[in-house]
Design a protein around this ligand. Structure first.
Ligand SMILES: *Cc1c(COP(=O)(O)O)cnc(C)c1O
Length: 463
């Protein structure tokens, strides 16, 4: 749902937006596989288990709130993307969605590459042993230190985002005696989000060099003239949570147009194109994302068709899914603290986390679902809003949900599809302690990111 779907703003969400559900689901205990990780199921006792472990035991051992990540699901999604794109393409996981050393090792083992967009992400990737040639460095304002560390480490790709950066990376590489492989990020004039995309000439945003007006072509000319840079291809990333492939079609056509121009002007056929990430996932059962093999076929067909029409050899394709890999693999486990019934409106259910562990609802009006997971219930559905414990009325986790009317303090709730952009965007607002990420697999659970402590907070506060 976009912000424009709430003309009165998020404070006035008591009027359900048009097209939004109004009736409770048939079975409040059901766990829709479209939004839950693959090993999540209710046990005979009615509680929910993941990776063979009861969530009540996980809450007991690791506390709440906690992100619970299904490692088998994560690995299966990596393999699905890897297999779908095959040997002639590369899948780069976008680390900004969620990154930790364990995740880097899983990616390495499953044959994926890794996008990083900061020195911190690069340090994590290198610390966990990702081969540098399988790392790509992104960002619209990489510092000279970040560039130097990446070049020194030998990253396989730096994606150039501005004229200043072309000069900066060239300078660093020359000083280190390296020839650095680079791509140029272009803005193709496609703004894609969920079911719509807009194709325009210009884009009013900070990333990339515009195809329109010749900035991108000028960037190519400059990079080709620099000995210390090896231009391997063109990069484009058009948006997020995209379901409709039409935006990629326009983007691919325009990128191939630039490759054609480059061949005609410089006599060079660039060997790679990267079409970015942004593929959507199901946050609610109404969302209907494409499978990796459908995406691979659609993108492969588009690129092949455009290249054949232009008389170009088909370049090596890469894609950069973040959300589509890690998003569905995790849920956030909360404990209910208080309930407040507002007569004729809804019941506010307060949990022990909130906007510090999931900012997406407040920031993007993101929609989520929620389920009672410590037991099943036959009680009537109750229109609810799940809110956090922060000192802010916009602190909403799930805006509209039906929960059983016998919900009580101490019950455990889980919000699915929180693997992407939740822990990675978590904050210490109100001096909240950021929750752990608990990975579960085959009856084993371990923290891959531990819970923050008050000591962690005070360590940064140097008095
Ligand atoms: C954010 C980003 C991605 C990943 O986006 P998802 O929506 O998580 O798939 C990929 N590439 C670039 C350049 C990005 O900025």
């Amino acid at each position: 749902m976009s912000r424009s779907a709430h003309p009165a703003g998020p404070r006035h969400g008591d009027v359900l937006p048009e097209g939004h559900f109004t009736a409770p689901p048939a079975d409040l205990n059901a766990l829709d596989p479209r939004v839950w990780a693959q090993t999540v199921a209710r046990t005979g006792e009615g509680a929910v288990a993941v990776g063979g472990l009861d969530v009540r035991a996980l809450a007991e051992e690791f506390g709440t709130p906690a992100y619970v990540l299904d490692e088998a699901d994560f690995r299966a999604r990596c393999r699905a993307w890897r297999d779908a794109f095959g040997q002639d393409a590369d899948v780069f996981y976008a680390g900004k969605a969620f990154l930790s050393r364990a995740v880097v090792r899983w990616l390495h083992e499953e044959g994926l590459n890794l996008d990083v967009c900061s020195g911190g992400e690069l340090a994590t990737a290198l610390a966990a042993g990702m081969p540098p040639e399988r790392i790509a460095l992104h960002g619209n304002n990489k510092s000279t230190e970040e560039i130097a560390r990446a070049v020194e480490a030998g990253v396989g790709r730096i994606v150039l985002d501005s004229f200043q950066e072309i000069a900066r990376v060239a300078h660093v590489a020359r000083a280190l005696g390296r020839r650095q492989p680079v791509q140029i990020r272009v803005t193709v004039g496609v703004e894609a989000h969920t079911h719509e995309f807009i194709a325009t000439a210009h884009e009013d945003q900070k990333f990339g060099l515009a195809l329109a007006g010749g900035q991108a072509a000028e960037a190519v000319r400059r990079v080709l003239g620099l000995e210390s840079l090896e231009l391997t291809g063109i990069h484009s990333h058009i948006g997020s949570q995209i379901f409709d492939m039409a935006g990629f079609e326009v983007s691919a056509r325009r990128v191939v147009g630039l490759l054609t121009e480059v061949r005609d002007e410089h006599g060079v056929e660039l060997p790679e194109i990267d079409l970015g990430g942004g593929l959507g996932i199901a946050y609610t059962p109404e969302d209907d994302p494409r499978e990796p093999h459908e995406i691979a076929k659609a993108l492969g067909d588009i690129v092949t068709r455009e290249c054949e029409a232009a008389g170009l050899a088909v370049p090596r394709l890469s894609v950069e899914p973040g959300r589509a890999i890690v998003g569905p693999t995790a849920f956030t486990l909360y404990e209910v603290g208080t309930l407040k019934e507002l007569e004729g409106l809804r019941t506010y259910v307060s949990v022990d986390g909130g906007m510090s562990d999931n900012i997406r609802t407040a920031l993007y009006d993101a929609e989520y679902t929620v389920a009672l997971v410590s037991r099943s219930s036959e009680a009537e559905p109750m229109l609810s809003r799940v809110v956090g414990k922060h000192c802010e009325s916009g602190d909403i986790v799930v805006r509209d949900a039906f929960l059983p009317a016998d919900l009580a303090p101490g019950d455990l709730l889980a919000v699915p599809a929180t693997g992407a952009y939740c822990r990675s965007m978590a904050s210490n607002y109100n001096h909240a302690l950021r929750p752990p990420v608990v990975a579960v697999r085959d009856g084993q659970a371990r923290e891959i990111v531990r819970r923050e402590t008050e000591e962690d907070l005070l360590r940064l506060d140097v008095g």
